[in-house]
Design a protein around this ligand. Structure first.
Ligand code: SAM
Length: 219
């Protein structure tokens, strides 16, 4: 069975990532290694390598493999970075980041999701991931600055706290921004007080709910 999953991973890399232009070998290698099927509910494992998002409970999702790859590649990771992820969800994106970066700090507002994610990540032996339950729109001020910030839920605009916690020297943030129906995936780069923004593509994420995001009842 593990062999079947390995073959599915290889196919996912070739037919969903490489054909759509993902080139970074570090990213492709991470996708070959991380057992995505362990991050979805048991009954959905046979669907884990398909070309779409899946539900993980509590109205949340594990993103489509291509979107996870696109966001990871856009961060331009070399290997030594300190990365902040907002929205642990299933823990899959955190595992992909932890394969490449030095340390991953991941924040989730729904305790039950992070507990499940943490069990899988511990079982797989990731020792470079730090966990926090809370409102990720506030970031993780005690550990700032971060070389990279990845937000996996959509806000109307990038939360100021997250922008302020981005490294002043070549910091990069990837974040979906827009309303609940239509969003742009943004790449923000920082040099001192100069923030540049580029739209990578259109996208649709679950809402980022918190002090500097959507209110619970408008999401
Ligand atoms: N990175 C996840 C993965 O690999 O499975 C995908 C996460 S899902 C698309 C977005 C997640 O963001 C949800 O688990 C949701 O609960 C979480 N979220 C929403 N608002 C948040 C906030 N303010 N702080 C932390 N997590 C938040």
């Amino acid at each position: 069975m593990e062999r079947d999953f390995q073959e599915m991973r290889e196919l996912m890399v070739r037919e969903q990532l490489v054909v759509r232009g993902i080139k970074d070998e570090k990213v492709l290698e991470a996708f070959r290694s991380v057992p995505r099927h362990l991050f979805v509910p048991y009954s959905e494992q046979h669907l884990a390598y398909r070309d779409h998002p899946l539900g993980i409970g509590r109205g949340q999702t594990i993103s489509q493999p291509y979107i996870v790859a696109l966001m990871t590649e856009a961060l331009g990771l070399e290997g030594g970075e300190k990365v902040l992820e907002i929205g642990t969800g299933s823990g899959y994106q955190a595992a992909i980041l932890a394969e490449i970066a030095d340390t991953v700090y991941t924040v989730e507002r729904i305790m039950q999701l992070q507990e499940t994610a943490r069990k899988v990540l511990d079982l797989l032996g990731y020792s470079n991931i730090r966990f926090r339950i809370g409102d990720g729109t506030r970031g993780w001020p005690e550990e700032a600055p971060f070389d990279r910030i990845l937000v996996t839920a959509a806000a109307l605009k990038p939360p100021p706290s997250l922008l302020s916690q981005l490294s002043e020297e070549g910091g990069r943030m990837v974040i979906p921004a827009g309303n609940c129906w239509s969003q742009d995936l943004l790449l923000i780069t920082r040099e001192k007080d100069d923030f540049k923004e580029r739209v990578l593509c259109g996208c649709r994420f679950v809402p980022l709910i918190g002090n500097e995001g959507h209110k619970d009842d408008d999401a």
